[in-house]
Design a protein around this ligand. Structure first.
Ligand code: FES
Length: 564
């Protein structure tokens, strides 16, 4: 039997030696031979599903990853994890499983990697929750591991005009309010997402993909090639190969995921105007990595980070366009040069972020139309702001990049779920100046903190995107535009102030001051608290009920906490 190579810690214990004959015997049945024993055994964890385009193609990448592993002296065996497709679940009861799936993915990877004594793994994600779920598993298990994004889709075109899935949602809003015909809606529906791969704009999937590079968990440049690009295969191979180096140098995720790393990632998130979900996922990842990184840290980063990326939904371009000018490395380099990043943190390349960026060759093409210089930003502060106040004592988030409005005061229209709010827009029963309050849709209450894209897109489509605000303990899709405040904590089901809002109450949103206030006298709020009975979580059995019993507040990333 061959000697053990550096990094083959767990597999050697499980498979080497005479008494491990029964374990080893199963390896011969899946194609390994004696010379493989003692080499690092790597999982190739692929979030794969034909339920939607985002992870449709990820199985095709396995061979390249395994070849890279082989060429660096490792053995790779593939395994799947689940996908809940956000767009297909959106606006339905199915959306309640989306954030839940992040935890299921992290748990399923832990179970497979630890049970089968893998020394580490390559993780390949796509749709929104697969990415943080896989990265959380990396941090939790803390064996050498590396992330790779499966890539996003190409945009669709009608003539010169570019379309993404966000347009289909907005066209529905325009259709129900009589602004476009059924034929026009159908035309956009048919072309908006023309290839496999994740959503094309800077929605949650592409946000998390950029962050995978900012966190140092993925190879530089690996997030921006489309799913259809030939460079996907090259990155898959190089990613497999890089894991061999991580084994060799015994570099684990927690060597990479330090406090400064999270600040860097938050800086990238703010500079790019990415999805508000990025906040939830960064907090959850910090929890898994054992790093104290809070909403206050994110707030501080947001106040000093210029917003510089012109991508949809707030801007004009999609991931394919960013790829042409240099992808995440271009953004990171600009931020590093502006003194906004800590360059000394380690990355999966085995080098520091600063060193990796120095060695990365950026294309020499004009890029100012999509990536601005931090000295001439789109906005002086970050694309997402943290709000606090009497309506959100533990915090709330708003994507300032996606609205020109910085202060909004209006009368509350209260809904205890998403559907009645959507119906009100559909009936034309929502007026300018109102604040739609959608509650009991938080992590515990919904359960699963669904995204409100159906409602926010309907508002945009109805032309109310800048004149009606929304406040919710639920989440928003990365494609959301408008004055939309989410993650309101504590959530309604936990007795947060949002549970006690009544129709007509005045609500103040001030993104510059970082305030979200319910303008109701304290005594009146106390009176309401003494008479109102909170509603329980909406699930009483199955996965959602289990989740509701374990999930923590959105203000700490909606992680599930063991009850021992
Ligand atoms: Fe999968 Fe957008 S729905 S990435």
């Amino acid at each position: 039997m061959s000697g053990s190579r550096k990094g083959a810690v767990y597999s050697t214990e499980r498979f080497a030696g005479t008494l491990n004959a029964p374990h080893r015997s199963f390896l011969w049945s899946v194609g390994l031979d004696l010379s493989d024993i003692g080499k690092p055994l790597a999982g190739v964890v692929v979030a794969w599903s034909e339920s939607g385009p985002c992870n449709f193609h990820t199985l095709n990448l396995i061979g390249y990853v395994k070849q890279g592993l082989r060429d660096s002296g490792c053995v790779g065996l593939a395994m799947p994890t689940i996908v809940v497709n956000d767009n297909i679940s959106m606006g339905t009861a199915g959306m309640r499983y989306s954030l839940v799936s992040r935890e299921v993915i992290a748990d399923s990877v832990e179970a497979q990697i630890v049970a089968h004594a893998y020394d580490g793994f390559v993780a390949v994600g796509g749709c929104d929750k697969t990415q943080p779920g896989l990265m959380m598993a990396m941090a939790r298990i803390n064996r050498p591991s590396i992330y790779m994004y499966g890539g996003s889709a190409e945009p669709g075109f009608i003539g010169e005009k570019k379309f993404t899935i966000e347009d289909v949602h907005e066209y529905v809003g325009a259709y129900i309010t009589g602004k476009v015909s059924e034929q026009e809606l159908l035309q956009v529906e048919l072309i908006a997402h023309p290839t496999y791969g994740a959503c094309a704009g800077l929605f949650t999937a592409n946000t998390m993909a950029l962050l995978s590079e900012g966190l140092g968990l993925a190879l530089l440049g690996s997030s921006s090639p489309t799913a259809t690009s030939a460079r996907r295969a090259i990155y898959a191979y190089e990613t497999g190969k890089a894991l061999g180096q991580l084994f060799e140098n015994d570099i684990k995720p927690r060597d990479i995921l330090k406090y400064e790393t999270f600040r860097n990632a938050a800086t990238l998130l703010m500079a790019s105007g990415g999805s508000t979900n990025g906040i939830l996922h960064l907090l959850a990842l910090a929890y898994e990595a054992g790093v104290k990184f809070t909403l206050d840290d994110i707030d501080e980063v947001s106040r000093k980070t210029p917003y510089i990326l012109n991508m949809r939904p707030a801007g004009e371009y999609v991931m394919m366009d960013l790829d042409r000018v240099g992808g995440a490395p271009l953004l990171l380099k600009k931020l590093l040069d502006a003194g906004l990043l800590e360059g000394s943190v380690l990355t999966v390349s085995g080098k520091t972020l600063a060193q990796s960026l120095r060695e990365y060759r950026l294309p020499n093409v004009p890029h100012d139309y999509i990536v601005k210089d931090p000295s001439r930003p789109i906005k002086k502060t970050g694309g997402i702001r943290i709000l606090r106040g009497s309506l959100a004592p533990e915090g709330a988030v708003v994507k300032t990049a996606a609205t020109g409005v910085t202060r909004f005061e209006g009368a509350a229209r209260v809904f205890d779920d998403e559907e009645p709010a959507f119906e009100a827009i559909r009936r034309g029963d929502v007026r300018e100046g109102e604040v739609l309050v959608i509650r009991y849709v938080g992590p515990k209450g919904a359960p699963g903190m669904p995204e409100m894209l159906r409602v926010t897109a309907a508002l945009s489509g109805a032309g109310l995107g800048e004149s009606v605000a929304m406040v919710t303990d639920g989440r928003f899709s990365g494609a959301t535009k408008g004055i939309m405040v989410g993650h309101v904590s504590p959530e309604a089901v936990a007795g947060g102030p949002i549970a006690f809002v009544e129709d007509g109450d005045r609500i103040l949103i001030d993104t510059e001051a970082g305030r979200l206030d319910l303008l109701v006298p304290k005594e009146e709020l106390e009176r309401r608290k003494s008479v109102l009975r909170l509603k329980p979580p909406k699930a009483t059995s199955g996965l959602l009920a289990k989740y509701a019993s374990l999930v923590a507040s959105a203000s700490v990333g909606a992680v599930t906490l063991p009850r021992l």
